[in-house]
Design a protein around this ligand. Sequence first.
Ligand SMILES: [Zn+2]
Ligand SMILES: [Zn+2]
Length: 148
Amino acid sequence: MSGIDRSGQCLCGAVSFAARGVRRDYGACHCGMCQHWTGTAFVAVSVPEADITWTGESLIRRYQSSSWAERAWCDRCGGHLWYRVTAEGPHKGNYEVPIGLFDDTSGFDLRGEIYVDMAPDSFAIAGEHTRMTAEEARRRFSYEESPS
Ligand SMILES: [Zn+2]
Ligand SMILES: [Zn+2]
């Protein structure tokens, strides 16, 4: 499954990225940390470290949100840039880039949601895709919380 080259930027445009071979599939996470960070759910596309180049490094701020991952944002506009696993393991280094940052969001396909039992009441994403509870997600991934 080969992807396509895509680009994107933060709200103010000071931080941008170019990514190669981006996969079609994306995911959503409703865990407590993602809700506190985004305000709702974190909806993102996973891009391997080797396939993405960021511009605007001087404005990128990082927060180590857990012992296994960091979250980054633009210091000018506050826009989210990525969630990234820093702990050893199969997901280390991958950038989970919010789907809204992409210049063109056509051609993506929601593969699944995790921590669905933690989503606010009345908040649901329609369509046919995988839905994992917090317990199922914890069993699936090797971290105490989810990797995305
Ligand atoms: Zn910005
Ligand atoms: Zn999460």
